[in-house]
Design a protein around this ligand. Structure first.
Ligand SMILES: *Cc1c(COP(=O)(O)O)cnc(C)c1O
Length: 398
């Protein structure tokens, strides 16, 4: 029995079966590479689901976390820490507006905070999009469209209206003076990297503001450099015009793998919570904040340009095979459609060949590798790609 099989059996005996059997048992990582319990090496093109922005074991992230933990690890929100304050200021300056930040420990919690914040407008209606994903806690789930995720847990918090994604007319029709907020992802990540028309976010902003509603952007997957700009809503390749959201939620890549989330509200929206309205024990703790500051330092040190360039190279290379019908995304958030629904087979074939990729739907593959992915790793994957599609049988039935 392989070491992996032994651990997988122990996993099944001790962990709740929420995720199905694990695809691998991983023991070590370095840059964009990981090793499994049997010593096999993989190029990690998923990055912990768009989380490991600096890859694995990045020396600057390790040093920042180690130094902070040796100095002051956790204090609760009865007290403040310098890294937390600095991080809030840095995020606001990257957004280019004034505002206020609430730190959490995950994406779902950032969205829970934002959802509660929208209630403080005195309105309850939230307009969200079909295909959108906002997390698995009860509030975040109420804003998430996938029936398989929602139905076992109904009733969920109400007054949530779903509209087709990318459809300006549908937003016009749904948003009214009872609407507290319009919630959209700049690019839908879990749906398989779905990119709306470039006029969508500016139109969403205009429509929301015409009705006194907040524009809330969920940048949990797209933020912190993932698309080659600090935030996807600032990416001229994705958005035609200037968008200044009232609320932005972040998590995933923000601290490179140390759990953190942020609910950022700009202008007056940043003052909607009164003392006692919301809270968290761990949120914004010094270690997570120091980790995020290290990530922002490294990403700001040339990684945005690198992300845009390597992403363009990957997209062009993968699109060259005619069994790929569409490639979407910007930077290192990439979705591609296969000519037939064999994405699970492609994931398995890729893993056999030493690459970790993800299948968000039966016909879609998603790549969200570390932003430090090298050109040579990207090129190696592109070179391997046609053989992976062969091994998965893609194109055979077509
Ligand atoms: C992953 C994700 C979430 C949920 O984040 P968790 O940290 O898993 O709770 C919410 N919104 C978007 C867009 C995401 O990609």
């Amino acid at each position: 029995m392989s070491v992996t099989t032994a651990w997988t059996e122990r996993y099944a005996g001790a962990l709740m079966n929420t995720f199905g059997p694990p695809k691998l048992v991983l023991v070590r990582g370095e840059g964009a590479h990981v090793w499994d319990a049997d010593g096999r090496e993989y190029v990690d093109l998923l990055g912990g689901i768009a989380v490991n922005a600096l890859g694995h074991a990045h020396p600057r992230l390790v040093a920042a976390v180690t130094a902070q933990l040796q100095t002051l690890g956790h204090i609760s929100n009865f007290f403040a820490s310098e890294p937390q304050i600095e991080l809030a200021e840095r995020l606001l300056s990257l957004l280019g507006t004034d505002g206020h930040v609430f730190f959490t420990n995950s994406g779902a919690e950032a969205n829970e905070a934002a959802f509660k914040l929208t209630r403080r407008t005195g309105r309850t209606k939230v307009v969200v999009t079909e295909g959108g994903f906002h997390g698995r806690t009860m509030g975040a789930l109420a804003l998430t469209s996938k029936l398989a995720y929602r139905e076992p847990f109904e009733p969920l918090p109400g007054d949530v209206v779903f509209v087709p994604y990318g459809d300006v007319a549908a937003l016009e029709a749904a948003v009214d003076d009872a609407t507290a907020a319009v919630l959209v992802e700049p690019v839908q990540g879990e749906a398989g990297v779905v990119v709306p028309p470039a006029d969508y976010l500016p139109a969403a902003q205009r429509i929301a503001h015409d009705h006194g509603a907040l524009l809330w952007l969920d940048e949990i997957q797209t933020g912190v450099g993932r698309t080659g700009t600090w935030f996807a809503h600032q990416n001229p390749a994705l958005v035609d015009g200037t968008v200044v959201p009232d609320v932005v939620t972040l998590a995933k890549g923000l601290a490179g793998g140390i759990p953190i989330g942020a609910c950022i509200a700009t202008g007056g929206a940043g003052k909607l919570f009164d003392p006692g309205n919301h809270g968290t024990t761990f949120g914004g703790n010094p270690v997570a904040a120091a980790a995020a500051l290290a990530v922002l330092d490294v990403v700001g040190d040339g990684l945005l340009e690198h992300t845009a360039a390597v992403g363009a190279r990957l997209r062009a290379g993968l699109a060259a095979d005619d069994r790929v019908t569409e490639v979407r995304g910007e930077g290192l958030l990439i979705g591609l459609d296969l000519v037939e629904p064999k994405s699970a087979e492609v994931v398995a074939a890729a893993q056999d060949a030493g690459y970790i990729v993800n299948a968000p739907t039966p016909e879609r593959i998603r790549l969200a590798p570390p932003l430090v992915l090298t050109e040579s790793d990207a090129d190696a994957f592109v070179a391997a790609w046609p053989a992976l599609l062969d091994a998965a049988g893609v194109g055979e039935d077509h």
